[in-house]
Every structure is written in structure tokens, then in C-alpha cells.
Unconditional design. Structure first.
Ligand SMILES: [Zn+2]
Length: 125
């Protein structure tokens, strides 16, 4: 639960949530694209050698939890984890109040403090 300075309660327990975002700079996006590409290339090389090799690569990256015997599930897990690791986890969280449009941007990733911004139209009325 997040309460905006206008007093509106914003649910943050629902996932996925239309009121929550991640703020990714162009530089961070470029780094993420390069890092996902490099990791995907390494994973595809391992997968070309077989499922055991691919699972060994997965285990070296994330441990036992993502090791899977089904090739399609394995690929989906790797794609999901690469996006999470390189795109979402590095980007500050943002929350938008659906009632008044105020926007709150996390000061640091993994920190529970936010800077709030009021839409210009609301500030002038
Ligand atoms: Zn609000």
C-alpha cells in the first residue's frame, strides 16, 4: 500500500500493477541490451551443446532453482531472469496515483524512499 500526499491509497500488492513502473534511463537500457545479448549468446552456446550443458550454465548463473529438464521451460526461464536481472532490477521503481496523477520515483533501487511529482495541470488548478 502506498499513500500519495493527496491522501489517496494506491495498492502495490497486486502484480502486475498498472500503477507501478520501472524507470530506465537510455544509458541503462543500452547496458541492459548489451548484457542481455551477451548472456543470451552464452546461454545459446551452452544449449547448442545440449540440455546438460545449458543447465550447467543456468546453475552457474542462478543456482539450482532454474535448472529444468524441459527445453521450452528452460528457455522461458532464462529469458525471464535475464530481463529481470538486467532491465527491471536496475531500474528505480515508480508509482503513479490513479486518482490525482502524482508520480513517485524511488530515490535508490531497493530503498523505500521516493520523490513525489505533481502534474503541472493539477498544480496550477
Ligand atoms: Zn493521489
Amino acid at each position: 500500500m502506498f499513500v500519495c500526499t493527496g491522501g489517496h491509497r494506491i495498492s502495490t500488492t497486486q502484480y502486475p500493477n498498472e500503477n507501478e513502473f520501472n524507470l530506465l534511463s537510455q544509458a541503462a537500457a543500452e547496458r541492459a541490451i548489451a548484457e542481455v545479448g551477451q548472456s543470451l549468446h552464452a546461454f545459446c552456446d551452452a544449449l547448442a551443446e545440449g540440455l546438460d550443458s545449458a543447465n550447467a550454465w543456468i546453475q552457474s548463473e542462478w543456482g539450482e532453482n532454474l535448472v529444468h529438464s524441459d527445453r521450452d521451460t528452460m528457455i522461458a526461464n532464462v529469458a525471464n531472469e535475464l530481463i529481470m536481472r538486467h532491465v527491471i532490477e536496475d531500474a528505480p521503481a515508480c508509482v503513479r496515483c490513479p486518482e490525482c496523477g502524482r508520480f513517485y520515483i524511488q530515490r535508490q533501487v531497493y530503498e523505500n524512499s521516493y520523490d513525489g511529482f505533481v502534474p503541472e495541470a493539477a498544480a496550477q488548478s
